[in-house]
Ligand binder design. Structure first.
Ligand SMILES: [Zn+2]
Length: 233
């Protein structure tokens, strides 16, 4: 039936699927921890599940994933941007959402492309990073940072972070989210494009069966119930 064709959703990355991943991990005895908790534990290679959100854009869609986590009694780590063009972390609803999440046991960290911001505006990258950290730390217990880069890969802060880590630590960070230790201890699960949205390497439901620690990074703006425009319903 042609009508049935139009009714079908082609979205795999639903909020229901997100809930199923967490439920499957819980029933396989995974322990959910935030990124800084995982580092504090010494990066165990089996039995741990880290949920990481990079808040790139459309912050109003993140709450759906947070609600799923809360209903399952687990907590994640949210990296928020300070110098983003796409949202203002100090706007009333975003600040409120993130403060409420931190009060609830979620970890808030810095998501940043300070090298891009410094390059485009002819600024010192270290000064930009310090400013971002100072601002976010005024509201949150910031322990770590995760570099952001757009899909065009024009600017990438990660090589700068790796080269200057000893200096960056003195700004007040305990860890960076691409540390070699976390990547050698976990299977990293994240979205990719081939050519449309998919899992880049492994699907989490397959990795869960192996029992190895999982570091799953998702972008909230790609996860929804039925369609990407439902926030306007
Ligand atoms: Zn990002």
């Amino acid at each position: 039936m042609i009508q049935g064709f139009y009714m079908q959703s082609n979205n795999r990355f639903t909020i229901k699927y997100y809930d199923e991943i967490i439920k499957k991990a819980k029933s396989n005895d995974y322990v959910f921890v935030t990124v800084h908790e995982y580092f504090d534990l010494g990066c165990p290679t089996t039995g741990y599940f880290i949920l990481r959100h990079d808040l790139d854009k459309h912050p109003q869609t993140l709450q759906k994933q947070l609600d799923v986590e809360i209903s399952n009694g687990v907590r994640s780590t949210i990296y928020a941007r300070v110098t983003a063009n796409d949202y203002n972390v100090l706007s009333y609803p975003v600040l409120k959402m993130l403060r409420s999440a931190e009060d609830d046991g979620f970890e808030i960290g810095l998501h940043t492309n300070f090298v891009e911001y410094a390059t485009i505006n002819s600024l010192d990258p270290m000064k930009v990073l310090s400013m971002e950290n100072e601002l976010l730390s005024s509201f949150f217990d910031v322990r770590g940072l995760a570099p952001h880069r757009d899909l065009n890969y024009a600017y990438n802060s990660l090589p700068f972070i790796k080269r200057n880590w000893n200096q960056i630590k003195t700004i007040g960070f305990d860890y960076e989210a691409y540390d070699d230790q976390i990547f050698s201890s976990c299977v990293y699960v994240n979205e990719g494009f081939n050519p449309h949205l998919c899992w880049r390497n492994n699907a989490p439901e397959d990795v869960i069966e192996t029992g190895v620690s999982i570091y799953m990074m998702t972008h909230n703006h790609w996860w929804y119930d039925e369609n990407p425009f439902e926030e306007w319903r």
